[in-house]
Design a protein around this ligand. Structure first.
Ligand SMILES: C[S@@+](CC[C@H](N)C(=O)[O-])C[C@H]1O[C@@H](n2cnc3c(N)ncnc32)[C@H](O)[C@@H]1O
Length: 191
C-alpha cells in the first residue's frame, strides 16, 4: 500500500504528499542531473526543454547556466507545474502541463532536451522519444538520466541501454552515448 502510493506519486505527484516527494527528489536527483548536464554544452542563446520537471529545480539550474536561452519545463502533473511556477520561476523559463508523448511544440524547436528520472514513467517510451526527436533541431542534443536501480524495477528490458540504443537509432538519432557513475545512468543522443 505504502509502496504503491509512493510509486504513484513518482509517476505523477499530487497534493501535499506530492509536494513533499518533490522536495525529497531534489535531494536525491539534483546531483544526478548536474552530472548528466556535464555531458553537454548547455546552449547559450538557444531553446531548451526539460521533460518531467517535478518542482522545476533542475529547470531553474539549466536556466541559470544559460541566461540568454529560453527554457521550457513540462510535466503531466498540475501540482508539479504549479509549484515549479511558484518556486523556480525566472525570466527565461516557462512551465506547462504537457505529456512528452503529445507535445504542442513545433517541429525542430529545441537545441537541447533533458529528462531526469522520468523516462521510465512515460506511457510509451518509444512515442516519447519520437516526439523528442520531432521537436529537436537537427544536431540537437538529448540527455536522459536516471538511477540505474529504477530501470531494474520499471524497465528491466533496458538494464544495459541496448534497447534505448536500438530504438533511438530506428527513430533517426545519429549519435548515442551511455555513461555510468555511482548508481546513475545517462544516455546522450544527437539528432
Ligand atoms: C520522479 S519525478 C522526477 C522529477 C524531476 N525530474 C526531478 O529530477 O526531481 C518524475 C516526474 O516525471 C513526470 N512525468 C511522468 N510521466 C510524464 C509524461 N508522460 N510527460 C511529462 N512528465 C511526466 C511526473 O509527473 C514526475 O513529476
Amino acid at each position: 500500500m505504502l509502496l504503491s502510493t509512493l510509486l504513484a506519486q513518482s509517476k505523477k505527484p499530487e497534493g501535499w504528499l506530492g509536494r513533499i516527494m518533490m522536495r525529497l527528489w531534489n535531494k536525491a536527483y539534483f546531483s544526478m542531473a548536474k552530472w548528466g548536464l556535464g555531458f553537454v554544452n548547455i546552449p547559450q542563446k538557444g531553446a531548451i526543454l526539460d521533460v518531467g520537471v517535478g518542482n522545476g529545480l533542475t529547470t531553474k539550474y539549466i536556466a541559470q547556466n544559460a541566461p540568454s536561452s529560453l527554457v521550457m519545463g513540462i510535466d503531466i502533473s498540475e501540482t508539479a507545474i504549479t509549484i515549479a511556477r511558484k518556486n523556480n520561476a525566472a525570466d527565461n523559463i516557462s512551465f506547462s502541463v504537457m505529456s512528452v508523448d503529445n507535445m504542442s511544440f513545433q517541429d525542430n524547436s529545441f537545441d537541447l532536451i533533458t529528462a531526469f528520472q522520468t523516462h521510465f514513467h512515460w506511457p510509451s517510451y518509444i512515442r516519447g522519444l519520437e516526439e523528442i526527436y520531432r521537436v529537436l533541431k537537427c544536431n540537437g542534443q538529448v540527455i536522459i538520466a536516471c538511477e540505474k536501480v529504477k530501470l531494474n524495477y520499471f524497465m528491466s528490458n533496458d538494464r544495459n541501454g541496448e534497447y534505448t540504443q536500438r530504438v533511438a537509432k530506428n527513430i533517426g538519432f545519429h549519435k548515442f552515448g551511455k555513461y555510468y557513475y555511482l548508481g546513475w545512468l545517462c544516455y546522450y543522443l544527437v539528432k
